[in-house]
Design a protein around this ligand. Structure first.
Ligand SMILES: Cc1cc2nc3c(=O)[nH]c(=O)nc-3n(C[C@H](O)[C@H](O)[C@H](O)COP(=O)(O)OP(=O)(O)OC[C@H]3O[C@@H](n4cnc5c(N)ncnc54)[C@H](O)[C@@H]3O)c2cc1C
Length: 385
């Protein structure tokens, strides 16, 4: 099989990359080992979507959120009016794939095993097929080793991937709650435990934990018990909370994208440490545009493809560096620091529209023991997901 651009992985970044490479005039194949597979990420805040110029298709929204609630280890809570959505992720993926096909992208259900050179092209072996492409895009998620096998280091600080376990749960009325909840502290060291109401009786509960290995089930079990206790006055039968299914994966929130392009090779999405649905999709879009144009112009040199790295860096690089800095501050804070921080924020008028960051900065300065400056970064980070 031959293509100008082969995208490996139908992640949100991968589908966007394939679509935009095709829009730029390239012949594109999008390969995924399981095109009908389920992906965990489902929550998107309007601020993130706006930041990357994305319009949310309301027909894919299962439940609208009024905002987020940050909850400290002692149970202090602060509410932030950041509207968001719980998306029907299966329908979203299918809709994105149909959009890609409309632009001429050829879908291939196959797992790419390795890459080699064939003259000036890259040769991918995929479940018995061989695909020759001018450019290969690695969009195969945080665990992908395709780009790394070719000598690229697309993600810096991979030891800081937050390993996650997220469960789809069911309980009468639980999914109708209006706020997404971020629980921070030792319940989920290094990042967060989350509650995302999905409409009706459906919700997800998850833990995202750094530097404790991949086996995060004990953190999830502890969080589930804490959550049930916390909600018991609103839902007397919450002990009977039903777990429908469990998904695991890695969130590269505290990593930083590294080398994103080599000759005939590019990396996007989780594989490149570009975490988050909206931000990943925007990165995929930039990647696909550059790949498509380069293939069409017949120049897939590292220099030509590095335009993606430059454009991405200029638009979003600084936010990722800031996120990493704030995530590392979070890692250093103990439960008492976090309680003090959230308690102080609670008294401030964060609910008023506008100047959220200024209010947060003011609040942070009143917090004894907490590092000044962390709050704006932390809140910015929470808004990114
Ligand atoms: C449990 C969990 C919940 C999350 N929730 C949210 C959320 O609510 N909102 C948010 O913004 N972010 C969330 N995230 C962050 C997440 O990192 C991103 O949003 C996004 O889903 C990242 O996708 P990805 O690029 O890592 O690719 P993935 O979604 O992992 O997709 C990779 C794809 O590549 C395919 N693939 C892998 N290897 C190969 C191969 N060799 N050949 C062919 N195909 C292959 C896989 O089948 C898969 O379809 C969550 C992360 C986790 C782990």
């Amino acid at each position: 099989m031959k293509a100008d651009v082969l995208v490996v992985g139908a992640s949100p970044a991968g589908i966007m990359a394939a679509t935009h490479a095709a829009l730029a005039g390239a012949r594109v194949i999008l390969a995924d080992g399981d095109l009908d597979g389920e992906h965990p990420a489902n929550t998107l805040f309007e601020g993130m979507a706006r930041r990357v110029g994305m319009t949310v298709d309301r027909s894919l929204v299962r439940h609208s959120l009024k905002g987020m609630r940050i909850i400290s280890p002692a149970g202090h809570a602060v509410e932030i009016p950041a509207p968001g959505y719980f998306l029907d992720r299966r329908r979203m993926d299918q809709s994105l794939l149909r959009g890609a096909e409309k632009q001429g992208v050829e879908l291939l259900e196959a797992r790419v095993q390795d890459l080699a050179w064939s003259g000036e092209s890259r040769l991918a072996r995929a479940d018995g097929d061989e695909i020759e492409a001018r450019v290969v895009l690695d969009a195969a998620g945080v665990d992908s080793c395709l780009a790394r096998s070719q000598g690229l280091i697309p993600m810096r600080h991979p030891e800081d991937v937050a390993w996650a376990l997220e469960a789809e749960v069911e309980h009468p009325g639980l999914g109708e709650e209006p706020f997404f909840e971020y629980w921070i502290g030792s319940l989920a060291p290094g990042w967060k435990a989350t509650f995302s109401p999905g409409g009706g009786d459906l919700a997800t509960l998850g833990v995202f934990v750094r530097r404790q290995g991949r086996a995060v089930r004990p953190f999830f079990d502890r969080f589930r018990r804490r959550f049930q206790e916390h909600k018991s006055s609103a839902y007397p039968d919450i002990r009977g909370l039903k777990i429908l299914r469990v998904r695991t994966g890695g969130d590269p929130i505290a990593t930083v994208p590294g080398e994103l392009a080599a000759r005939g090779l590019m990396v996007t999405g989780g594989a490149a440490g570009q975490s988050g649905l909206a931000y990943g999709m925007r990165a995929g879009q930039i990647c696909g545009e550059v790949a498509g144009q380069a293939a069409r112009d017949g120049d897939v040199s590292q220099q030509a493809l590095s335009r993606y790295q430059k454009l991405w860096s200029k638009e979003l690089g600084q936010e990722y560096r800031l996120a990493r800095a704030s995530m590392n501050t979070l890692l250093e804070m103990d439960d008492r620091d976090i309680d003090a921080l959230v308690e102080a924020l609670r008294d401030k008028d964060l609910i008023a529209p506008g100047s959220l960051a200024r209010k947060a900065l003011k609040a942070s300065l009143t917090v004894a023991g907490a590092r000044p400056g962390v709050i704006p970064a932390l809140i910015g980070n929470l808004l990114r997901g």
